[in-house]
Design a protein around this ligand. Structure first.
Ligand code: AHR
Length: 516
């Protein structure tokens, strides 16, 4: 809904002259900060469960409408999300993936066991050519994660040559023979995944040497040099960041453009009983949001290390796996990681976006796990049916923040949301100056029952405002194949007079407002 806020004069300042109990969001819009990299809204697609096969790929012969094997409905929805980058093929799977299994005529491709995820057979129908076709259909950049665990520098070097060489080498001509004349644009290359665990159970010291060894043999044409991302730590640790930065010195043979880190939110914090995707008590609504807010400390502590050891800010912090991880429910298992997605996931995503924006000068990419049918997905499919999850809608609401300039937004006077002896902020806010010149404000009300009215204070007159809201009738409001539109954005009611804008946030809601 668009509200015109009538202005007695064009010169007015919304200063903090309001009553102390009133919740205000103060925008420091005179000093826009760093650009929020569009890749902060990145995605991850692993050969896992029904993520790549079925969720994205149905094959050219499928009755489900598709373009060269990728389903049209899913691609259309993802394009509308402006997906900027996709990480592939894993995850843990990447460390067992041998790229030559996935090229050439599909019928002749190797049948491999997906030992990471349930031992199912992967017929390798989706390989390098198909992945790049997908990202080209989406208009996204490619982030390829190479096999360190069971691969070799030679295997990586040859894959890189296959993808990027425009020469007459045997590998470049093999790519041509397989249907692709021109090299693909390889934007990001990850060296290993979770090398502290499924990627090789390494120490940071050992991995740092492995990284240097691999990275030395990435040879590409000058106009197709990928940003090379090292595999870093998880959760609250900073030792991987510290060790990598302290020991990888850029040279003509070596560069490190990013350090990857992973953080998953489990409602209970326990892998043995993580908590349910649906039907959870308020205690788990609270604990999930509480635990996800730890991302701020994870970012802050790693950024502190980076600011000390990389003063020129050459290296980015890439949170290239994040999201919720629940106990398997209907249709889910510990090996397919299918889970339902509710309003709680959407709020959690928005709280993470707000934190990522705060560290915009260092957080240059994040990849939610995962794009379709796996963990905190954007889209769920069931045969020919598909639905958009509440998380999809959160990403959609936040689209204007891609490539926008961060504007500090201070929340003042808001009560906390208390549960038992703990509390989290009831209102979380973020703001940015969009590429279209409008100011954007993102707000989250974490409280399960209480609404909140927020007054916006900005240095410039607000003449016009419009926004969209995402909320739902219950804590676990979600979409089903029978009722796919239950949770969806609606126009936001805005009120204002004399240029003062007030936003009424219902309980458990997200709003994104544009201000002019
Ligand atoms: O996203 C699922 C798995 O979680 C990935 O394969 C792995 O990197 C992480 O542990």
């Amino acid at each position: 809904m668009t509200a015109r806020l009538f202005l007695p004069s064009l010169v007015f300042l919304l200063l903090s002259t309001t009553a102390a109990a009133e919740t205000r969001v103060r925008l420091q819009d005179t000093k826009p900060g760093p650009i929020i990299d569009k890749n902060v809204y990145g995605q991850f697609a692993e050969h896992l469960g029904r993520g790549v096969y079925e969720g994205l790929w149905v094959g050219e012969g499928s009755p489900i409408p598709n373009t060269r094997g990728f389903r049209n409905d899913v691609v259309r929805a993802l394009k509308d999300l402006h997906v900027p980058v996709v990480r592939w093929p894993g995850g843990c799977f990447a460390d067992q993936y041998h790229w030559r299994d996935g090229i050439g005529p599909r019928k002749q491709r190797t049948q491999t066991v997906n030992a990471s995820w349930g031992g199912v057979i992967d017929d390798n129908a989706v390989g390098t050519h198909e992945f790049f076709d997908l990202v080209e259909q989406l208009g996204a950049d490619a982030y390829v994660s190479v096999n360190v665990g069971t691969g070799s520098p030679r295997e990586m070097a040859e894959w890189v040559e296959y993808m990027t060489s425009d020469s007459q080498s045997t590998l470049a001509n093999l790519r041509r023979a397989n249907g692709r004349q021109k090299p693909w644009r390889l934007r990001y290359l990850g060296i290993g995944n979770e090398t502290w665990g499924c990627g090789g159970s390494m120490t940071p010291e050992y991995y740092t040497s492995v990284f240097k060894h691999y990275a030395t043999f990435i040879k590409t044409p000058k106009d197709n040099t990928p940003i090379v991302i090292a595999s870093g730590g998880q959760n609250k640790e900073t030792n991987w960041t510290e060790y990598l930065l302290g020991n990888v010195k850029a040279s003509w043979t070596l560069s490190m453009g990013g350090i990857s880190h992973h953080y998953y939110t489990l409602p209970t914090g326990q892998w043995a009983r993580k908590g349910s995707a649906l039907g959870f008590p308020e205690e788990e609504w609270f604990s999930t949001l509480f635990r996800t807010l730890a991302v701020r400390d994870i970012l802050a502590s790693n950024v502190r290390v980076m600011d000390r050891l990389d003063k020129e800010k050459k290296v980015g912090f890439m949170l290239d796996e994040w999201g919720t991880w629940y106990d398997p429910g209907d249709g889910g298992s510990e090996s397919n990681l299918f889970q339902q997605n509710s309003l709680r996931d959407a709020l959690l995503a928005a709280l993470n976006f707000n934190a990522f924006h705060e560290f915009a000068d260092r957080v240059r990419m994040t990849n939610i796990a995962q794009m379709v049918n796996v963990l905190q997905a954007m889209i769920l499919t069931d045969g020919e049916r598909m639905l958009l999850t509440p998380t999809y809608h959160a990403f959609h609401l936040y689209r204007p923040f891609q490539g926008a300039r961060h504007v500090p937004a201070q929340v003042q006077g808001a009560p906390d949301y208390r549960h038992g002896t703990q509390s989290i902020p009831k209102i979380s806010a973020t703001a940015a100056l969009g590429k279209d010149g409008k100011l954007y404000l993102g707000l989250v009300n974490t409280h399960p029952r209480d609404a909140e009215t927020v007054r916006v204070e900005s240095s410039k007159p607000i003449a016009k405002a419009s926004g969209r809201l995402l909320t739902g009738g219950s804590l676990d409001a979600h979409n089903t194949f029978a009722d796919p539109g239950r949770v969806h954005p609606t126009p936001l009611d805005l009120s204002g007079s004399n240029g003062k804008l007030e936003i009424a946030l219902p309980p458990r809601s997200i709003a994104v407002v544009s201000l002019e």
